[in-house]
Design a protein around this ligand. Structure first.
Ligand SMILES: [Zn+2]
Length: 181
């Protein structure tokens, strides 16, 4: 954390590192390690997705999981982190869609409870929800591309050991039919 980024006017998100003007908006408590301003952006990105459902609807779960895996902190439940990484793994490496991942989460929650605690790296990718939303200035196709790139960066930033643990747990718990490759 760079204290120089924190002034009366702006604040740095502890999860993704984005520095945004301080907002009056105050979100309710969440397990995300995010600044209020970044949480507000996450809500705006959801709004953008809903306004562009035909182009972005297929990335609904990926957006949630990219944000989740980039904002892991002391208050984040271990299962939340595992599920976020599971979603990134299934989309990026196994070609799974929204429904596959949501179903997998339900199956995993029913079959297992001893979730390991995973510690995020110092920097979890360079793209942020804010950057993805800003890409809207160039059109929805750019947002779609940036969202996928963001998710890929977040997944790639996690240590290989954590990635492998998520791969192993997923393959162990989730039936083959939810993988598309
Ligand atoms: Zn953030």
């Amino acid at each position: 954390m760079n204290a120089a980024d924190d002034t009366h006017e702006s604040r740095r998100c502890p999860g993704c590192g984005v520095v945004l003007p301080v907002s009056e908006w105050s979100p309710g408590p969440s397990g995300y390690n995010a600044s209020p301003e970044c949480a507000e952006v996450a809500g705006a990105l959801l709004g953008y997705e809903l306004d562009h459902q035909p182009a972005l609807g297929h990335l609904h779960q990926l957006r949630i999981d990219a944000y989740g895996a980039q904002h892991v902190g002391p208050l984040t439940r271990p299962i939340t982190t595992i599920f976020a990484l599971n979603g990134l793994y299934m989309y990026l490496e196994r070609g799974s869609g929204n429904l596959d991942v949501r179903t997998a989460h339900g199956i995993m929650a029913n079959k297992y409870s001893d979730w390991p605690v995973l510690t995020p790296p110092e920097q979890v990718g360079t793209l942020t929800a804010h950057a993805v939303l800003q890409a809207g200035a160039q059109g929805v196709d750019e947002v779609e591309q940036q969202l996928i790139e963001w998710a890929a960066q977040v997944w790639a930033a996690w240590p290989g050991q954590a990635q492998q643990l998520v791969r192993d747990l997923t393959v162990q718990l989730v039936p083959e039919r939810y993988f598309r490759r």
